[in-house]
Design a protein around this ligand. Sequence first.
Ligand code: NAP
Ligand code: L37
Length: 295
Amino acid sequence: MTATIIDGKAIAAEIRAEIKAEVEQLKAKYGKVPGLATVLVGSNPASQTYVRMKGRACEEVGIYSVKPTLPDDATQEQVEGLVRELNEDPNIHGILVQLPLPSHLNEEAVLSAISVEKDVDGFHPVNIGRLAMKGREPLFVPCTPYGVMVLLERAGVKLEGCRAVVLGRSNIVGLPVSFLLLHANATVTICHSRTKDLPSVTREADVLVAAVGRPEMVRGDWVKPGAVVIDVGVNRVDDPSRKSGYRLVGDVAFDEVKEVASAITPVPGGVGPMTIAMLLQNTLRAFKYTLPDEG
Ligand code: NAP
Ligand code: L37
């Protein structure tokens, strides 16, 4: 069996088109557009790329965006000061602080400084706390986990009662995606670097979400025939034949796993574009919270 490819790039493009139409409508009605600030601290090359892509996506759909940057040695006060200024800015409806922050900074304090109503990344303690609890609604769902859920939905995957295995327990992907799968009534197993005999656990999965940051770690014989595999990993591996000197691979050995799974996301073109589409979605939502009849 060769798996169906879940085309995140195409689904993300559809979502962006929907957002663009709604932004135009709201602009005509209220004379205002949503605004997003992406805060980048330091010079991590992957973060620079993602922030640039987020700015370009805003432009495409008519969302106003600013991309304030601070140097690698920025102080805690500078970062929190910038966040507080953005909290007060009426043209900015969403604030995203690109992670990881340089290690001398206190991430929790920075994320707590973001106004809950502008927390389009969903990592403010109140939002992530509400996400974790049954029956509580966060104002915003974190973009990557949200994108994973939309891909599963659009691929027609029924989560109720299924066995879901999540590889990775990070704050930005593994943990929140596990909560979302649980709320969708999957039976969820979370694996991490201390998990014993990983392949025997992943082989039980009807839905496997890989978010470990290890190039092509998940092999064909780690996957149950017919399982749905979502590859969140975006890893740069050296490739001298490319102009950039690297190519992107996921956490899943795509060529092997596609022969076993019933559906799979590619890298690039899977979860990555969805992360950005969901950020735009959340920014539109934040804007609508501020409008009299739309929130
Ligand atoms: P992270 O913070 O480094 O977390 C990695 C997780 O994987 C940790 O829980 C770690 O376990 C676990 N892990 C690492 N090596 C393992 C191993 N050999 N066996 C089992 N578990 C292992 O990474 P992240 O931020 O979640 O990102 C994961 C991947 O997703 C990366 O490739 C990243 O680039 C990508 N990503 C993609 C998007 C997107 O939009 N597509 C967004 C964010 C991240 P411990 O907890 O025990 O250390
Ligand atoms: N929301 N996302 C949010 N907050 C953060 O703090 N770090 C982080 C985060 N991560 C993030 O934005 N990751 C990400 C990863 C990949 C893409 C976008 C965002 C993406 O679009 N990847 C493309 C390929 C990009 C490239 O050519 O380098 C893909 O198709 O996978």
